[in-house]
Design a protein around this ligand. Structure first.
Ligand code: ATP
Ligand code: LTN
Length: 328
């Protein structure tokens, strides 16, 4: 069975973008692949997190993994720091990563260009930790949204470099991103990604938003003045984003949906999108509440960490031996 691995860093409440771009794929694939899905808590603290909030966001993220349908009997679900090999291999791989490579990572470059203050070494070097997250488990595929593809490419480069220097050690993983829904945009600014850290709260739908609030955000979404419903990403990015959201959640395509709504008004389309989104949120939130009430999270994480650790410690031991870190 091929293996698939991915992670989410809950620096806030998870968003509809996280669900459409990443989470729902983990669930879709769990019958066909061996899925390893972890919560990247070390990645969260690359930017300061208020401890109480972080703890809540981590717990919510696990609950949402389960609510979305990830089955702990099939998938391995764990918290990154419960498997210390991630940080250990992360450090080792940082010694096989060039500054030039990290300088080219657009996520970091964007933050620098925006003149953000107090950027940390942890943030700068996080692609090395991400490479470790992946390479410890030799996955075949890494399902990610578009914004993370560059980091998976870097992971491949680091793995190939290590394999060439020593001997074949790591499998080179393929990034996997869906044709529809790999980049859901902000509802208030369709030129920007829908993001947890969106400065305008209206641009982002959180998975735990009250459905009435989510509906409001959709009804107020920025569109255009063409007055015609077409699936044209370039000319009508706001409208296309709405089509893409509804299409992803209802197994159709933005093009087919645009055809269905051609000749109708934007308001009608928005109403339909809100219906589709609210129906997903309702069932997700119902399961989320059940999961919290059943108190299953700690057991799931414990079992997941044990399974993950059994794979990770072997890989770290191999790497340490090849590098020459062991004296036995
Ligand atoms: P932030 O929201 O702070 O920008 P993030 O959402 O990119 O962070 P994660 O929560 O770790 O960070 O992302 C988890 C996964 O969700 C990644 O694979 C990422 O590519 C995907 N993802 C995040 N936002 C979107 C989006 N708007 N559209 C599609 N996929 C997304
Ligand atoms: N860096 C990613 C989250 C992440 C990840 C991973 C995704 C950390 N480790 C390994 C896939 C595989 C992010 O910021 N969204």
């Amino acid at each position: 069975m091929k293996r698939m691995l991915s992670g989410i860093k809950p620096t806030g409440s998870l968003t509809l973008g996280n669900y459409i771009g990443a989470l729902r794929h983990f669930v879709e694939y769990q019958d066909e692949y061996e899925v390893i899905a972890f919560i990247a808590n070390l990645h969260c603290i690359t930017v300061y997190q208020e401890p109480k909030e972080l703890r809540k966001n981590l717990k919510d993220a696990v609950a949402l993994y389960l609510a979305a349908g990830l089955d702990p009997q099939k998938a391995t679900i764990f918290l990154q720091t419960d498997v210390p090999e991630h940080a250990q291999l992360g450090y080792i791989l940082a010694c096989y990563t060039y500054l030039g490579e990290l300088n080219r990572m657009t996520q970091f470059k964007d933050k620098m260009a925006k003149g953000e203050q107090n950027l940390t070494a942890g943030l700068y070097s996080y692609p090395c930790l991400m490479a470790a997250d992946i390479l410890l488990y030799d996955p075949d595929y890494v399902p990610v949204g578009d914004d993370q593809k560059q980091h998976v490419e870097l992971t491949r480069d680091i793995a190939a470099r290590f394999n060439n220097k020593y001997s074949p050690t790591f499998k080179l993983p393929e990034p996997l991103s869906a044709k529809v829904g790999a980049r859901i945009m902000s509802l208030s600014d369709p030129s920007r990604k829908m993001s947890k850290s969106d400065p305008s709260n209206n641009g982002c739908i959180y998975l735990l938003d009250d459905p009435a609030v989510a509906k409001n955000k959709i009804m107020r979404a920025v569109t255009d003045s063409y007055g015609e419903i077409r699936a044209d990403k370039e000319k009508q990015p706001g409208l296309y984003n709405l089509l893409e959201i509804a299409a992803s959640l209802s197994d159709t395509t933005p093009e087919a949906l645009a055809l269905e709504f051609s000749g109708k008004g934007y308001g009608e389309l928005k109403k339909y999108v809100a219906e589709v989104v609210c129906s997903s949120l309702n069932s997700l939130q119902e399961r989320y509440r059940e999961i919290l009430a059943n108190n299953v999270i700690e057991d799931v994480l414990k079992e997941g960490a044990e399974k993950a650790h059994r794979i990770a410690y072997k890989k770290l031991a191999t790497v340490s031996r090849k590098v020459g870190l062991e004296i036995r």
